[in-house]
Design a protein. Sequence first.
Length: 286
Amino acid sequence: MKTLTIVLLLGLTLFPTLGCDDDEKSQNNVNNVNNTNNVNNTNNANNANNVNNTNNNTDPCLGVTCSGHGLCGTTDGVTPVCDCDEGYVNAGTGGLECIEPSDDCTGVTCSGHGACNVQPDGPVCVCETGYVPSSRLGLDCVPTAEVCVGGAINYDFDNDGTSDTWFEPIATECEMFELINRTRASHDAEGSPECHKPLMWNVEWAAHGRNHSIQMRQQGGLFHDDFPYGQNCAYGCGPECEMDMYMTGPGEDHCPPLSHHCNIMSCNFTQVGVGYADTWNTQNFL
């Protein structure tokens, strides 16, 4: 009995019965919690403001010189944009260089990733591995991955009977695209009209090139279907040795001598799409 009494007393002590006054105290406790939360919210807001202030204090144009021939500004408050002086052309990664077109390489830095080469049709950058020009001007060198990019399509590029909505280039396709432009920039004319300015990446025709290459692989032979103006189709040993074959030797049996060479160096073309299936490959020039 004594033990029971002690337990009951402990129960009364530890778990008292709540009355109206206690409800009021509970409400006060809730208010105190809310007040604490409000303080926390205020602190959070202040912290957020501090972060925003920190971000706002970072100048997007810090270090952007626009090559000394323009002014840096922003269109969205975050991304730097060069407003080039009259007579200068935006170039470089993000268009953050201002270059004056000329007949020589004066002022052409190739973004520090290539060497300028004077050709009959003007100066052009021979970009190092992993880089290509960002525009038809050919006066800068940006990472190849910034130009050789995927895009929306409406075409069955994998030849599985279903129309695809997006094409993403693979490494060998971007490598061949890079080599085509490096070849154009560096190749000396061989007694025939040739142009050296770079070709731009065309997603749609790269998708068609992949489809043609897959069909060549499936049937074990060359395949020609829809193509814009010029097309190279081949089974080679990879981009580098195939490019060497295109530029130094006769074409395959289905082509007149040096037709691949003429496609690569043609002045009529401004774009190219490259598609690979193993070493079966197609370049569509347009």
